[in-house]
Design a protein. Structure first.
Length: 209
């Protein structure tokens, strides 16, 4: 790398964004079983919050990812981390995907996810809550992995002047690049959209057989 004039990109230090609620009773239903072939589409969603720095201040991003395809099916961005941030991301996923009752919704134990407002939203749509164990970030590794990719491939490559600039870039990254073009080793080097199309095709073929 030195001979070629290349310099490796180092991951930045992790910053805490989760304030846990010690009173919650929900448990971890995934047990770190994250393989896409272990679950059907729209049966398990994973979610988390991250922070994005701009010259105007922090912009917070919440995402909802379909575990079966690694597709980002919902997101929300705001200058705060209140419950409505994660609720809006879930509502987007519900509107786009119309999941059947019984879907498992997995996240960390942040107060946004354990609030009455959010648990009522899960109950309204007959979703089952699953929470990572305290201080175990790897229990939500799929969501964490997406944020790592987003920051290394987009956010850390340039300074960002405004929140609006980051919003546009993140939406483009998710919808144009990540969901439709970015290849995933866990998906057999297909994009999430291609992997979903393949699974749907195989399912229809099996039904017709």
């Amino acid at each position: 790398m030195r001979q070629k004039g290349l310099i490796g990109r180092c991951r930045r230090r992790w910053t805490k964004t989760t304030i846990s609620d010690p009173e919650t009773v929900a448990v971890d239903l995934l047990k770190r079983v994250f393989g896409p072939d272990t679950v059907e589409l729209d049966r398990v969603y994973v979610s988390d919050i991250t922070y994005l720095w701009t010259w105007e201040g922090w912009l917070y991003l919440a995402t909802v990812i379909d575990l079966a395809s690694r597709r980002v099916v919902g997101w929300s961005m705001a200058d705060h981390m209140r419950t409505e941030l994660v609720a809006d991301a879930l509502r987007m996923a519900i509107a786009a995907r119309r999941p059947a009752p019984g879907l498992i919704f997995h996240s960390d134990r942040g107060t946004q996810y354990t609030s009455a407002e959010f648990t009522d939203l899960l109950a309204e749509h007959q979703m089952v809550q699953s929470l990572s164990r305290p201080r175990q970030c790897w229990d939500n590794a799929v969501a964490e992995s997406f944020f790592a990719s987003l920051k290394e491939e987009l956010i850390y490559r340039q300074p960002w002047a405004t929140r609006a600039q980051v919003r546009r870039a993140v939406v483009d990254y998710i919808e144009v690049f990540y969901n439709r073009r970015r290849l995933h080793s866990s998906l057999g080097y297909l994009s999430p959209a291609e992997y979903e199309a393949q699974r749907i095709h195989h399912h229809k073929a099996a039904q017709a057989a």
